[in-house]
Ligand binder design. Structure first.
Ligand code: ZN
Length: 191
């Protein structure tokens, strides 16, 4: 699939919002990715997971691992299509860990997946947890990279869509100057 088709899926699902948004960082942005508009639609998750699989089709994969919450859905669907296991990491007192008796075995080949990469910090933590086992990371597949190429990993990294992180401080925001109403978005906004 072409990037344009992927973007069209995001638009159709209402996951790619255009307007004037206040991000967790305090910065303003003319767009926002509402990832659960995609993740709530199994048909889209199926198609996009298939695209991640297609990219890593040359690799043998035994386990698909993603970080909670969005990464669980994606890891499950990718694993389902591959006919392999899945596992997920979650935060326990702020630290990303494997719980629930998930176990990576020696020589397990792991594909790490995530929905949206903004800084890459969550994926980096998942990688660390996997590296602490004897399993081997095959690559990292994500739906959207909005890090502006700032998120880099020491394994093959593929994103279905790259969106340049266009953000402004309130003082220099052109949308504020145009008096466009500001919307608060983001699951981490409450923190
Ligand atoms: Zn603004």
């Amino acid at each position: 699939m072409e990037k344009e088709e992927i973007l069209e899926i995001f638009r159709q699902a209402g996951a790619f919002l255009e307007g004037h948004f206040l991000l967790t960082s305090g910065l303003h942005s003319p767009f926002y990715i509402e990832k659960f508009k995609i993740l709530q639609l199994p048909r889209y998750v199926e198609i996009l997971s298939g695209e991640i699989i297609r990219y890593f089709s040359g690799e043998k994969i035994d386990v698909v691992v993603g970080p909670a919450v969005g990464g669980i859905i994606l890891a499950y669907e990718v694993a389902r299509q591959l006919g392999v296991r899945m596992a997920f990491t979650e935060r326990e007192e702020g630290k990303m860990v494997f719980r629930r008796d998930f176990e990576l075995k020696k020589r397990d080949r792991v594909l790490v997946v995530e929905d949206v990469v903004t800084t890459g910090a969550s994926v980096a933590e998942v990688i660390k947890r996997v590296e602490e086992t004897e399993a081997q990371i095959v690559g990292i597949g994500v739906l959207v990279d909005r890090s502006g190429k700032k998120a880099t990993f020491s394994y093959p990294f593929h994103s279905l869509l790259e969106i340049e992180a266009q953000t402004y401080s309130p003082e220099e925001c052109p949308l504020c100057q145009q008096k466009v109403a500001l919307q608060k978005r983001g699951s981490r906004y409450l923190s």
